[in-house]
Ligand binder design. Structure first.
Ligand SMILES: Nc1ncnc2c1ncn2[C@@H]1O[C@H](COP(=O)(O)OP(=O)(O)O)[C@@H](O)[C@H]1O
Ligand SMILES: [Mg+2]
Length: 289
């Protein structure tokens, strides 16, 4: 697959910063993939997204979109992309449909709004004022907005943040459908469990630097450790023990445990992307923000 984006030695500093917020990052996004940009709050995810969608300028390094320098694109670039920001912004005193029409008029290419609004379950509520929408509805409206111009590439900044499981599923299904229809996706998140199964490749970013870029599968093979968790009762207390699956049949402690203890549960667990992130970067993710 060809690269749709190439980012080379990207450095960036906000005017008020002493140090670079991005310290020379490199990555490529392949055409047709879902590329995850993962890291804790303050790592530089939103800043990177803003730079590669041409909202922040004055960066150092080189960025190529479809083989051409990003700096040489004008309005044509915005016709080609769809964006959802971390904080959804709508006109709250207008109806959802009035919002959609307003934003759709900014583009030459126009998607089928009725289909999109039905797809996200908002068609019935299309004439309600956005002020009356719940948070989940606003986020779904935001994704419709990102798709208004039938973009070839989607940029989603923390799209699952604060979403309940039902809304998160709608969003993830939409992202997968977008990919199946040929689209490319850049998605940032500090909540890895949300996008673990969604991304074709992920980059780990911490403190303005990228540690790793790989497929979740390769990362799990390389850093993952398959383990068994056993819980047993001892002196009226539940005791938890972890065993590596390597040579389990020869592990005396494991064999003694299952022979002698009063077992309550046995589970085998795959290493999650989050476990790997912590292992590779040494940084724990803050899930509260
Ligand atoms: N407008 C701004 N002015 C100055 N510093 C900023 C601005 N926006 C973000 N930062 C700083 O840049 C760093 C990266 O922020 P950001 O890209 O928003 O991180 P993330 O999206 O990974 O949480 C943080 O230290 C943040 O405080
Ligand atoms: Mg952010």
């Amino acid at each position: 697959m060809a690269n749709i984006f190439e980012v080379k030695d990207l450095k960036f500093k906000y005017k008020t910063n002493q140090e670079n917020v991005l310290k020379g990052i490199n990555f490529q996004i392949k055409e047709g993939e879902i590329f995850g940009f993962l890291g804790p709050s303050g790592a530089g995810k939103s800043t990177t997204q803003k730079i590669i969608i041409k909202i922040l300028e004055n960066y150092q390094g080189n960025i190529f979109y479809k083989g051409k320098d990003l700096k040489d694109y004008k309005q044509d670039f915005f016709e080609d992309i769809g964006v959802s920001f971390e904080m959804p912004i709508h006109f709250s005193k207008m109806t959802a449909m009035e919002n959609i029409r307003f934003f759709q008029n900014l583009y030459k290419k126009k998607a089928d709004v009725e289909r999109l609004m039905k797809r996200v379950g908002l068609w019935e509520d299309k004439d309600k004022m956005v002020a009356e929408y719940s948070k989940g509805m606003k986020i779904r409206l935001n994704i419709v907005r990102a798709l208004l111009n039938s973009p070839t590439m989607l940029f989603l900044d923390e799209p699952t943040n604060g979403l309940d499981p039902a809304n998160a599923k709608i969003l993830k299904d939409l992202i997968r459908e977008f990919k199946v229809s040929g689209g490319t996706v850049f998605i940032t998140s500090h909540i890895m469990a949300d996008i673990d199964q969604l991304c074709d490749r992920v980059a780990f970013i911490v403190n303005g630097e990228i540690n790793v870029v790989d497929t979740p599968r390769n990362l799990k093979i390389k850093y993952g450790e398959r383990r068994i968790k056993i819980e047993y009762k001892e002196n009226n207390k539940i005791v938890e023990k972890l065993f590596s699956m390597e040579d389990l049949g020869k592990n005396k402690e494991f064999l003694n445990t299952i022979k002698e203890k009063d077992i309550e549960t046995i589970h085998s667990g795959e290493t999650t992307l989050e476990d790997i992130f912590i292992k590779v970067t040494g940084v724990t993710l803050d899930e509260k923000q």
